[in-house]
Design a protein around this ligand. Structure first.
Ligand code: SF4
Length: 233
């Protein structure tokens, strides 16, 4: 099965352990108000790539990504689980670790198959109550936590990411709730707070889309540090 790939970042140290290549997949069922990648939302059918073609490309980076691996991101990579599962099998043949960076909002037989070939998960817990989750992302906290439960059952080491947006969730109560929510899960190795940034404004302009948070200020470094302290308490 072919995959629809937006772009490949050869090397990253921000998308899982070690140096990793990141494959950004097309398509996403959510519409997060702070999304940095609206250009991945709609699949471009002309960008079809076979698993073999993609893995060959990725293997060129093998000397660098040996300590890390490959992360499938997006968009929402789980929309193309069948394709990624095929790639993962080939990457494992070369001892390359496979991570998925996901909102965890999709589950079906293909996703179940992909999880049998997933070494690491990067999971967004976007908001800490159901109302905000639905209002600001179109997804659900319940969906994300069901996915985390599946990662727990399969013992897949997980990095949680939580974007902090001024006026929406930049308060200690939110971070306490996040900690409580994550407490039961032993697979969670780390939780990372990501500050809201507006580097994506030009992408929205190019796509002629309204950026819902255009008037929201970026999160200050000071506020981020305060909330990180709450997280570590
Ligand atoms: S899940 Fe990710 S790609 Fe999809 S809308 Fe949200 S931030 Fe954007």
């Amino acid at each position: 099965m072919d995959g629809f790939i937006h772009s490949i970042q050869s090397f990253s140290t921000m998308d899982g352990p070690g140096i990793r290549s990141v494959v950004f997949m097309y398509g996403c069922p959510l519409r997060c108000v702070y999304c940095h990648n609206p250009d991945t939302w709609y699949a471009q059918r002309q960008n079809a790539t076979s698993p073999h073609e993609l893995v060959e490309k990725l293997l060129r980076f093998l000397p660098y990504i040996k300590s890390g691996g490959v992360t499938f991101s997006g968009g929402e990579p789980l929309l193309q689980s069948e394709f990624i599962a095929e790639c993962a099998e080939m990457l494992h043949d070369h001892n390359v670790s496979v991570a998925i960076d996901t909102s965890g909002e999709i589950y079906n037989d293909s996703v179940a198959k992909l999880l049998t070939r997933t070494d690491i998960a990067l999971l967004d817990i976007k908001f800490t109550n159901e109302d905000d989750y639905r209002r600001y992302t179109g997804g659900s906290l319940e969906g994300a936590l069901n996915f985390l439960e599946r990662l727990e059952k399969r013992n897949i080491g997980t990095l949680i990411r939580h974007v902090v947006v001024p006026g929406l969730n930049d308060n200690a109560e939110d971070i306490f709730r996040l900690k409580e929510i994550l407490k039961p899960y032993s697979v969670v190795k780390r939780t990372e707070l990501l500050p809201f940034r507006k580097l994506c404004v030009s992408k929205y302009e190019e796509l002629e889309l309204e950026f819902p948070l255009k008037d929201t200020p970026e999160l200050s470094e000071e506020k981020l540090r305060q909330l990180e302290e709450v997280l570590e308490q």
